[in-house]
Design a protein around this ligand. Structure first.
Ligand code: NAI
Length: 455
């Protein structure tokens, strides 16, 4: 009898498994592929490795501007792919080592909830696990749209595109969420012809419109052809080309990347039979404890209804579930201040409420925008395009913030504290940012939000 059986070894599941050592809980972690899940093997990590390659390429291509004369860069796709694989392998090895050190038992196979505290594992070595509590952490998989069913070669999802063995010459990317923007961006940077289609009127529909508009301009400048506000017709598959038509405009490409969202993996694993309630495939879980409607069964990560499908949200939910299991006291995830980062070049990041969300929630909103064009460090780096936007309650705390620009994914974290601690702009602005840093863009914005701008 284990204290906890976890089905799924991605960020939600493995974080729960690792964290359990704090309470000396015995853990069985059931995984049918590799621990690390989508994030480590088919998502965050390999994607960021490709994006890093693109960043280095752009840096070398623009080196002359900084007085460094390098020969025109070319892409060795296979080496970039090997590097990506090496990064994943190193992190995978590290994770396996950590799980071993924490005495987590990894059980290979597919887990199925067979009743309260019972998990049946099928695969090469079928077995039944008994546990005091069960955590479901089965993650998500790419969605598709009619006519665009992935074949893995000509119509693909991020699962395939992260391991392309050659650079595609012409690509259509369907969907301009985080995945679509990240792929479109690095492929264009590396020289592919990219057509990006978004059905809504704005790329990055969850982001502040100003940030999305700026990114639209910057991505277009890289040569990406962006079409928003129209749906694509089903593809016409020629012998060599694929024709994609949207609003009567046709383009020919070699490959289509479908990036229209991810669906929860929750069917066929005994959830409803065990009393777990689902909403359109997502698991309904208590936000304070991560408990589902089935006694002793918790859910964390991408399968949870109404919480962000982000690796770091999964980590936090895994920790919350284990803490509740061990202590009986809820330790809820601070959903108010989870940073979103899109690893485009430049990056886009936001935390807390957007202006529209704040108004919708009934706040009397005041916002402050600050471009980063005047920030010395950004100019030195040759990347002074971006903005900081701060959303506050009139006379009250900071409710949310957005950063577009170099290292936005790092800079957002100081604003995460401001939002999380409900800081007043003047409280946050009382601290001095080092000069010259990119973070001064945030400092200036906070000063402006406190009513006393400097530059
Ligand atoms: P998403 O939900 O973020 O974006 C999908 C996009 O496709 C939306 O803009 C949607 O309007 C659009 N779309 C839907 N149907 C369409 C159609 N028929 N034609 C054209 N556009 C259509 O999903 P995405 O980008 O696939 O990512 C999946 C999940 O993974 C998301 O929750 C995302 O936040 C997460 N993720 C996060 C990353 C990050 O934080 N950097 C990176 C990659 C994924």
């Amino acid at each position: 009898m284990y204290d906890v059986a976890i089905i799924g070894g991605g960020p939600g599941g493995y974080a729960a498994a690792l964290y359990a050592h704090n309470f000396e809980l015995s853990v069985a972690l059931v995984e049918r592929a590799e621990v690390g899940g989508t994030c480590l093997h088919l998502g965050c990590i390999p994607a960021k490795s490709w994006i890093h390659t693109a960043e280095v390429f752009a840096e070398v291509a623009g080196a002359a501007e900084s007085g460094v004369i390098a020969s025109a860069p070319t892409v060795d796709w296979e080496r970039a792919r090997q590097r990506k694989n090496a990064v994943v392998a190193q992190l995978h090895k590290g994770l396996l080592g950590l799980l071993k050190q924490r005495k987590v038992e990894i059980v290979p196979g597919t887990g199925r909830l067979a009743g309260p505290g019972i998990v049946d594992v099928t695969g090469e070595a079928p077995r039944r696990l008994e546990a005091r509590k069960v955590i479901i952490a089965t993650g998500s998989m790419p969605r598709s749209i009619p006519g665009y069913e992935p074949d893995g070669v000509r119509i693909v999802t991020s699962d395939h595109a992260l391991d392309w063995t050659a650079q595609p010459r012409r690509v259509a990317v369907i969907g301009a969420g985080a995945i679509g923007i990240e792929f479109a961006g690095f492929l264009a940077e590396l020289g592919s012809e990219v057509h990006l289609f978004e059905v809504l009127d704005q790329i990055l529909p969850g982001a502040e419109p100003e940030a999305a508009k700026l990114m639209n301009r910057l991505l277009s400048r890289k040569g990406i052809k962006i079409t928003t506000g129209v749906a694509v017709d089903p593809p016409v598959m020629g012998p060599n080309d694929i024709t994609i038509t949207a609003a009567g405009q046709a383009v020919e490409v070699d490959v289509v990347l479908v990036a229209v969202g991810r669906a929860p993996v929750t069917s066929g694993i005994g959830l409803e039979e065990a009393g777990v309630k689902l909403d359109r495939g997502y698991v309904i879980a208590d936000r304070r404890t991560m408990l589902t409607d089935a006694p002793g069964v918790y859910a964390v990560g991408d399968i949870v209804a109404g919480t962000p499908q982000l690796a770091h949200a999964g980590f936090a939910e895994g920790i919350a579930a284990v803490t509740h299991i061990a202590t009986g006291t809820p330790a809820p995830v601070e959903y108010r201040a989870i940073p979103f980062v899109v690893y485009s070049l430049p990056e886009v990041a936001w935390v807390g409420l957007t202006e529209a969300q704040a108004r919708q929630a009934g706040h009397d909103v005041v916002t402050f925008d600050h471009g980063i064009g005047g920030v010395g460090r950004a100019i030195i780096r040759g990347s002074a395009q971006g903005l900081v936007k701060i959303v506050t309650e009139r006379g009250g705390p900071i409710l949310g913030a957005t950063v577009v620009g170099p290292e936005a994914g790092e800079l957002i974290h100081e604003l995460m504290y401001a939002v999380g601690w409900e800081a007043l702009p003047a409280e946050a602005a009382a601290f001095i940012h080092a000069h010259p840093t990119l973070a001064e863009a945030v400092g200036e914005s906070l000063l402006a939000a406190s009513g006393r701008s400097l530059h």
